[in-house]
Design a protein around this ligand. Structure first.
Ligand SMILES: *[C@@H]1O[C@H](CO)[C@@H](O)[C@H](O)[C@H]1NC(C)=O
Ligand SMILES: *[C@@H]1O[C@H](CO)[C@@H](O)[C@H](O)[C@H]1NC(C)=O
Ligand SMILES: *[C@@H]1O[C@H](CO)[C@@H](O)[C@H](O)[C@H]1NC(C)=O
Length: 259
């Protein structure tokens, strides 16, 4: 019994809370980035704009029913003769339905892992072994933003898409209310990064976002996001940034930089 406990203790203590666990997996590529960006997260052509066409599809454990949309990963292939140490950085925009690899990258992201001049060599491989880890996008440049989707219809239906959500956490809930009111309505995830509600408050709208921070949830309050005259197709700045990091448990924890 004592031995069992000490083994258990050893197992638990060797797994540390970690910002960036390294995962070993495989990745393939898809030649059309536009197919991935128009994928299950619903970003459309916007994804290509905010990631330099470095987009990726992830298996269901990464996609997380849409909560994984916008997550960012640094991915480097293990073959040091073929690939650079820095690898490539991608944003998750789609669900990977195939089960051969955890990730499918756009070809531009895939070849970005290769050393100079070896683009064709990595493409010929088709599938490579990789190490991956999450990273926090430099959100200093971008606030969390809300795009009003075309399906929205005043005053009965509001559908929004979240953009620039930070990359290393998940938005797990959204509430909306008129600015200055405490009568909050919850929104539901429609699919991917798209949320909606048929209880649309009148007037200018504020939002609160529940994000994973550490091992817990945390509220982030955006006090004034949509003006009373909100319009479909327009992207509104929330004025807040999400810099939280969802902790993972792993061993070893990678704190160094991949360069
Ligand atoms: C992968 O998918 C194929 C067809 O979709 C299926 O036949 C195969 O059993 C799957 N393999 C695993 C490991 O799930
Ligand atoms: C709260 O907001 C909902 C949706 O906008 C509305 O239907 C309801 O009447 C409001 N309740 C109060 C007490 O204002
Ligand atoms: C983010 O929002 C803050 C507060 O509204 C604003 O001052 C800042 O200019 C915004 N940053 C960007 C990059 O838009």
């Amino acid at each position: 019994m004592a031995l069992l406990f000490s083994i258990l203790f050893f197992l638990i203590s060797s797994v540390t809370a970690c910002d960036r666990c390294v995962h070993q997996t495989k990745t393939a590529y898809f030649s059309k980035a536009s197919a991935l960006s128009s994928g299950a997260c619903g970003y459309g052509s916007l994804a290509l704009g905010f990631s330099g066409e470095h987009v990726a599809a992830g298996v269901p454990t990464l996609f997380k029913d849409g909560a994984g949309c916008g997550a960012c990963f640094q991915i480097r292939c293990k073959d040091t003769a073929l690939c650079s140490k820095e690898g490539t950085r991608v944003i998750l925009t789609d669900l990977n339905q195939h089960n051969q690899t955890d990730f499918v990258l756009s070809s531009r992201a895939f070849t970005a892992m290769a050393q100079k001049g070896l683009d064709q060599d990595i493409l010929k491989r088709g599938i490579v072994d990789v190490n991956t880890r999450g990273f926090l996008v430099n959100t200093r440049k971008k606030n969390l933003s809300v795009r009003v989707e075309e399906s929205s219809q005043k005053p009965n239906y509001l559908s929004i898409k979240l953009l620039y959500q930070g990359g290393q956490t998940e938005v797990v809930g959204i509430d909306v209310a008129e600015v200055g009111s405490s009568n909050w309505s919850f929104m539901s995830r429609n699919h991917g990064a798209v949320w909606d509600t048929s209880r649309v408050p009148a007037g200018a709208l504020q939002f609160r976002f529940i994000v994973t921070s550490g091992y817990d949830g945390k509220w982030i309050w955006a006090k004034s996001v949509l003006p009373a005259g909100w319009k479909v197709g327009v992207i509104y700045d929330s004025g807040v940034q999400i810099n939280d990091i969802a902790q993972e448990g792993c061993s070893p924890c990678d704190t160094g930089s991949w360069k």
